[in-house]
Structure formats: structure tokens, C-alpha cells
Design a protein around this ligand. Structure first.
Ligand code: PEP
Length: 259
């Protein structure tokens, strides 16, 4: 049984006042959400302020990245311990901007996944192909490689605590979203892999989100696909009305989770 999950990735946007205001509006717009869980991932500098705003609300806190070590001489990095202390529930890992702009490798992402799990954070592993890889017919090969590497060495119990997001790189921030059919095809493939990497029982339990130019007007079409368990939202999470609308449109019908 999978309750849809909607995650807002604010990326590197917003000063403290804007972050507080946006978090308040999301919180107030989603007082008693039925059939959907909601998480927002502000920049590191706003985590403490947003944690205060979200305290005792239905909206949870997440982070956009973390290092794999718990502490040490890693100038400029943030550890999973620090995120957990601030009340983060999940952490995005392997986002395409981390992979492509900052050249994060699968091996580093795997170490981060392991570290996040150790500290009780849910790692939301992002996988996705570039436009060129899709043109070459490599979509399944790429996402499979990223998933196998990102979850390398995890036990079925650990896999059971993970979240996945399919985010085609060509759809992120471009306004060109994957069609529900394109996304569903990859989600189905990933779910098959979860069965192999974890167990048959885990495949129907793991939540796999879609990300890439999700807006209020396309969220419902994407999330009604049986294998799509919510959305990871970048640009449209920076405006409370659109993010709240996406969350409401992603809610399971009648509040009942997907089977
Ligand atoms: C993202 O950053 O994960 C994302 C999906 O961005 P956007 O919604 O802007 O495409």
C-alpha cells in the first residue's frame, strides 16, 4: 500500500524571509491533507527556519543533499547527522544537477545513501536519462545502472526504507514533461528491478516518484498512473498555490493508498 508522496525541491532559491513565507503558505494550504504526504526541501540555510514553521504540521522537512561522512575535514559539506538534528525526514540524493553539474559519481551517491540510512533519513534516490541517451535507446540501461549502483550493498530491509524518483534529465526545468505513458513505462521497469534487488514483497511497497516539469495542470495525469506514487517538484514548488494544488491533485482518490 503506497500513499502518494509530493516533494518540493526549492534548489538554491530564496532568502530566509521568502522561505518562511513560502513554508507558511504551504503549511496553511495543506492543513489536513488526505491521501498524500508532503515534504519540502529548502536550501540548507533555511532548514532551521522552515523546521520551526512546519513544527506540528502535516508537512515534513527534507534536504537536497548530504555528505557521506558524519563529521570531519570536509569544508562546505553537510552531514546526515546535521540534517537529522534539524528534523529532516528525507534527503534527495543523485539529483541530476548533482550528477551533471557537480560530477557526483554513482559510487559517491551510494555512500551517501548508506550514510543517510544509518542516520534514519530516507534517501530519495533520483535516476534519469539525458535526451541523447533516450534518443539512443539507452533509457532503461541508464536508469538500471544508476539504481543498481545507488543501492549497491543494501539489504532488503534497507531498500525497504528507500524512496526512488524517475527524473528524465530532459524534463527537468525545461517545461517538457514526460508523458504519463513514457513515465509509467520506466516506473514499471524500476519496480521490476526493486523486486530483484530487494524482494518480491518490496516491489509493491516502494514509492517511485516522477519528476520533471510537473505543474498543477499535469500532476493529476501523471499520478493517476498505477506505478507513479507522487511527484518531485522543482520550479512549481516555489509558488505555494501551485505546489498546494499539485499535492491535492496527487492525493489518492478517496484518501486510500495505492495497492
Ligand atoms: C527537480 O528539480 O527535481 C525538478 C523536477 O525540477 P522541475 O520541476 O523544475 O522540472
Amino acid at each position: 500500500m503506497r500513499t502518494p508522496l509530493v516533494v518540493g525541491n526549492w534548489k538554491m532559491h530564496g532568502d530566509l524571509a521568502t522561505a518562511r513565507e513560502l513554508a507558511q503558505s504551504v503549511r496553511d494550504g495543506l492543513k489536513r491533507p488526505r491521501g498524500v504526504e508532503v515534504v519540502i526541501c529548502p536550501p540548507f540555510t533555511a532548514l532551521a527556519a522552515v523546521a520551526e514553521v512546519l513544527a506540528c504540521s502535516a508537512v515534513s522537512l527534507g534536504a537536497q543533499n548530504c555528505h557521506w561522512e558524519e563529521q570531519g575535514a570536509f569544508t562546505g559539506e553537510i552531514s546526515p547527522v546535521m540534517l537529522a538534528e534539524l528534523g529532516c525526514r528525507l534527503v534527495l540524493l543523485g539529483h541530476s544537477e548533482r550528477r551533471h553539474i557537480f560530477r557526483e559519481t554513482d559510487e559517491e551517491i551510494n555512500k551517501k545513501v548508506v550514510a543517510a540510512l544509518r542516520r534514519g533519513l530516507q534517501p530519495l534516490l533520483c535516476v534519469g536519462e539525458t535526451a541523447e541517451e533516450r534518443r539512443q535507446g539507452l533509457t532503461f540501461t541508464v536508469v538500471e545502472g544508476q539504481l543498481r549502483a545507488g543501492w549497491a550493498g543494501l539489504s532488503p530491509e534497507e531498500i525497504g526504507r528507500c524512496l526512488l524518483a524517475y527524473e528524465p534529465v530532459w524534463a527537468i526545468g525545461t517545461g517538457v514533461n514526460a508523458t504519463p505513458t513514457q513515465a509509467a513505462e520506466v516506473h514499471g521497469y524500476l519496480r521490476g528491478l526493486v523486486s530483484e534487488l530487494g524482494s518480491k514483497d518490496l516491489a509493491p511497497a516502494i514509492r517511485i516518484l516522477y519528476g520533471g516539469s510537473v505543474k498543477a495542470d499535469n500532476a493529476a495525469a501523471v499520478t493517476q498512473e498505477p506505478d507513479i506514487d507522487g511527484v518531485l517538484v522543482g520550479g512549481a514548488s516555489l509558488q505555494a498555490p501551485s505546489f498546494v494544488a499539485i499535492a491535492k491533485k496527487s492525493a489518492a482518490k478517496g484518501g486510500a493508498p495505492k495497492e
